[in-house]
Design a protein around this ligand. Structure first.
Ligand code: DP6
Length: 411
């Protein structure tokens, strides 16, 4: 297989502080409101994808986390079709930089996450962002790609940039103006920290795609939110980010998460993403902030019970200690805290008393400590390719369950 036709890239996860919930077009994935997120650092959370093209490949194929998946999935097909269309357009326009030979070739795609799917993090955002970014490199497509990533999964368009990213909902029927845009780069607010509190999973909640469909059909609160609340909040949030005003950023983040979950409750039949652990985290955050008389912490929850906490670097050690106190873990500290190292500090009796919650043993499995990070990247080292020279997943690379093509299709 021609080595030059194999490209590997990585892409980040993002966590929204103004939530996307509801589509006005299911196929093009056009949202009913704009949204804004923080891109998380890829040192802690990332998807890695290798795409190879070769004349010898018989068909397009994809392996996700070691298992061959169905390439005919409509959203995968949308991304492949759009990238090939742009590549063909460039080739027809006579772009001399474009190697058009691979245009007629089939692709093999192999993708792995460096975090467990069980962590309940929106892996589809990093996954589709990485797929689109890598395909674009392979086919020599440049320029705006967030509208293509959006057609894989709405939130994926925001993972095409680092730092603070808004997804502008757009107005056009063809979705051409529904794009992600960087508000500030990851270097803008270096003190900002992100803690993902992975709640011990009970069962798989309703997926976001079907959940938001039911919300659009049944919730008048969602309609009110999209039309009358989010536009103002987007403007305030962008201002808060630009000014690095943590209190304003945190309050908007919490209110928006709460309103999103209120629209889930207003959906008929209702959708419950928050559980008793989530509620305990919400109480902990509000009581902690009240104790200090200032907003030092913010929580936000996506379509599941895991809390994502935004705070400033100086407050991380004490808050992590408080989490350990109010959710006594089964494991030792080394296993409980992953990612950026966190100093151990003593928790004051005043704080414990001010919070005054009954500890919930093992409510949180572990914490991932991270910060804002950059957008997708090309991995230059060819030894990191996930596909071997035979075009099949390597058995060794970060892909423990990887099978070769034959055996994985037989499963
Ligand atoms: C709650 O992007 O996963 O995380 O567009 O149907 O793939 P689809 O949905 P998805 O929804 C994410 C919803 C959310 C909020 C957010 O990330 O803005």
């Amino acid at each position: 297989m021609d080595k030059s036709n194999t490209v590997t890239c990585t892409a980040p996860v993002n966590i929204a502080v103004i939530k996307y919930w509801g589509k006005r077009d299911e196929e093009l994935i056009l949202p009913i409101n704009s949204s804004l997120s923080v891109t998380l650092h890829q040192d802690q959370l990332k998807t890695t994808t290798t795409v190879a093209t070769s004349r010898s490949f018989q068909e397009d194929r994809i392996w996700l986390n070691g298992k061959e998946e169905d390439i005919t999935h409509p959203r995968l097909q949308s991304c492949l079709r759009e990238i090939r269309r742009l590549a063909r357009k460039r080739s027809n326009d006579g772009d001399p930089a474009l190697d058009s030979t691979c245009l007629s070739h089939k692709v093999h795609i192999c993708s792995v996450n460096n975090f467990p799917t069980a962590a309940g993090l929106a892996s589809s955002a990093a996954g589709f962002a990485c797929l689109v970014y890598t395909l674009a490199r392979v086919f020599g497509v440049e320029g705006e790609l967030s509208d293509i990533a959006r057609q894989g999964s709405g939130s994926a368009c925001r993972s095409m940039y680092g730092g603070f990213v808004q997804w502008i909902m757009g107005q056009k029927d063809d979705g051409k103006d529904s794009l992600a845009q960087q508000v500030e780069p990851e270097t803008h607010w270096p003190e900002l920290r992100v803690l993902v509190l992975v709640a011990s999973a009970e069962r798989k909640p309703v997926g976001s795609t079907s959940g938001m469909q039911t919300s659009v059909q049944t919730s008048c609160l969602l309609k009110h939110r999209a039309e009358s609340v989010v536009p103002g909040r987007m403007a305030e949030m962008i201002e808060a980010v630009r000014r690095k005003d943590f209190a304003a950023f945190a309050e908007l983040t919490m209110k928006d998460s709460n309103q999103f979950h209120a629209t889930c409750l207003d959906t008929y039949p209702p959708i419950f993403y928050l559980n008793s652990v989530s509620q305990q985290v919400i109480n902990l955050v509000h009581r902690y902030n009240r104790h200090y008389g200032e907003t030092r912490l913010a929580y936000t929850f996506d379509a599941g019970p895991n809390a994502v906490i935004y705070t400033l670097q100086q407050h991380v050690p004490e808050f992590v200690q408080a989490v350990e106190h109010f959710f006594p873990p089964e494991t030792n500290r080394g296993q409980f805290i992953k990612g950026l190292p966190v100093k151990r500090v003593a928790l004051s009796e005043e704080l414990k008393q001010a919070v005054g919650l009954e500890p919930m043993p093992k409510g949180i499995s572990y914490i991932i400590s991270t910060k804002a990070g950059p957008g997708p990247r090309v991995v230059e080292d060819p030894t990191q390719h996930l596909l071997g020279s035979d075009g099949l997943p390597k058995k060794t690379l970060g892909c423990p369950a990887a099978q070769n093509g034959q055996s994985s299709t037989e499963q």
